[in-house]
Ligand binder design. Structure first.
Ligand SMILES: [Mg+2]
Length: 401
């Protein structure tokens, strides 16, 4: 591939189902469907479920009747994002330049790695695929080419190949574009494809034959960029810069209505733990903590506090959050939910250690937090709980929903 860049798009196969199969290997080779949170519809299918005829987005109540033998599992997005992190770690270990694109997709710059791994590009991709499978237990498909747009196209084609790897080299580009319908191109939505078809543009090859002026008029600058990417000329580079979350929020309705402060504290602590784990998975810390209480009749009380030092550790965040909770809590009110919001998020290490801060203490906490994450990766989420006794709180009242 000469002096050009070589970019891979690594895409996890039926990601949510694969995560469930990783957690419970007995599900491998079976018709498995993952359902959206409220068990509304099918959002991921195993190969066997696809063969059976289960459609993407099909409502559960219909599916259940049509395909009673399929196995239906409710989505656990928290676990999926944890597994995603494992997959991305393998990729980052493989190449210094990895751009996470979504929970189950990442661009990996392979340029020059042939020397390091002593393999040609095709075998490099096959090797990467094997490593993700061995180290994260998740099957992936890999498309390789000279631009992101072509790599994405190659990865779509790799799904239909047993070895799960597809390369579009320079000499293959024209033939590929001829065989690609415009709606298969990354970045062309339904509306745009309908508009282009009105101009007689059916294939990707017909699109790249249009001059820049025409593309600018019909699609805008994005159209020109797309053309160059499709011709193998890089416009969008692979960058390490990760989009950090602006804020992390966790809340969930109680099973009951309650004014029991210890119960509410326990629920809040669960959310804090979930949020901290996410914070650490991005290697970030937060500088602001917010706490929310929602009453039985849907009134919302919220308060927040700026921190002097960035935090990512649940016990410290909990200490502050519980004080905030005390500020907005009223023992005479029945509540339906509580939640935490972590804001002003930055990368770990962005804090300046004050002259007087105790570094050994900071290191100890970091180690403890790492232990939490390791234990959970081994034994499942929420194995660790920090809690308060809820018995003996005579003044509180609780109502069934
Ligand atoms: Mg995928």
């Amino acid at each position: 591939m000469g002096n050009q860049k070589v970019i891979a798009l690594v895409d996890c196969d039926s990601f949510f189902v694969s995560c469930e199969q990783k957690r419970n290997p007995e599900l491998k080779g079976k018709p498995v469907c993952v359902l959206s949170n409220n068990d509304g519809c099918v959002i991921s299918r195993s190969r066997e479920a696809k063969k059976m005829g289960v459609r993407m987005g099909e409502p559960y109540f219909m599916c259940k009747k049509e395909h009673p033998k399929a196995i239906y599992i409710t989505a656990d997005h928290e676990y999926y994002s944890f597994v995603s992190h494992q997959v991305m770690s393998v990729l980052k270990d493989f190449s210094p330049l990895v751009q996470i694109y979504s929970v189950d997709e990442a661009f990996v710059d392979l340029t020059g790695l042939t020397k390091l791994y002593k393999r040609n590009y095709k075998n490099l991709a096959i090797y990467l695929r094997q490593r993700v499978l061995e180290e994260a237990d998740i099957p992936v498909s890999i498309g390789v080419s000279s631009t992101k747009t072509l790599a994405k196209l190659a990865s779509d084609k790799s799904k239909h190949i047993t070895e799960g790897v597809y390369l579009i080299g320079k000499r293959k580009i024209e033939r590929e574009l001829k065989n690609t319908r415009i709606e298969e191109i990354w970045g062309i939505g339904r509306r745009l494809s309908v508009g282009l078809k009105k101009h007689g543009i059916i294939t990707a090859l017909e699109l790249v034959k249009k001059d820049d002026k025409w593309l600018d008029k019909e699609i805008g600058i994005h159209g020109i960029e797309m053309k160059h990417e499709l011709l193998g000329e890089m416009v969008s580079k692979v960058t390490n810069a990760e989009k950090l979350p602006k804020s992390i929020q966790n809340t969930k309705a109680f099973g009951i209505f309650t004014s029991d402060f210890n119960y509410i504290k326990n629920e809040l602590n669960k959310h804090i733990h979930t949020s901290c784990r996410k914070l650490r998975s991005y290697n970030t810390k937060c500088m602001q903590i917010g706490v929310m209480l929602r009453t039985k009749d849907f009134r919302v009380f919220y308060t927040k506090k700026d921190l002097l030092t960035p935090l990512d550790f649940e016990l410290e965040i909990s200490n502050i959050a519980i004080k905030l909770l005390e500020e907005i809590y009223d023992p005479n009110i029945l509540y339906r939910s509580t939640g935490v919001t972590l804001e002003k998020i930055g990368e770990q290490g962005f804090e300046q250690l004050s002259l007087y801060s105790d570094n050994t203490d900071i290191e100890k906490k970091a180690k403890l937090a790492q232990c939490f994450d390791k234990l959970e990766s081994k034994f499942g989420k929420n194995i660790i709980k920090t809690g308060f006794y809820t018995k003996g709180n005579k003044t509180s009242q609780t109502q069934k929903k």
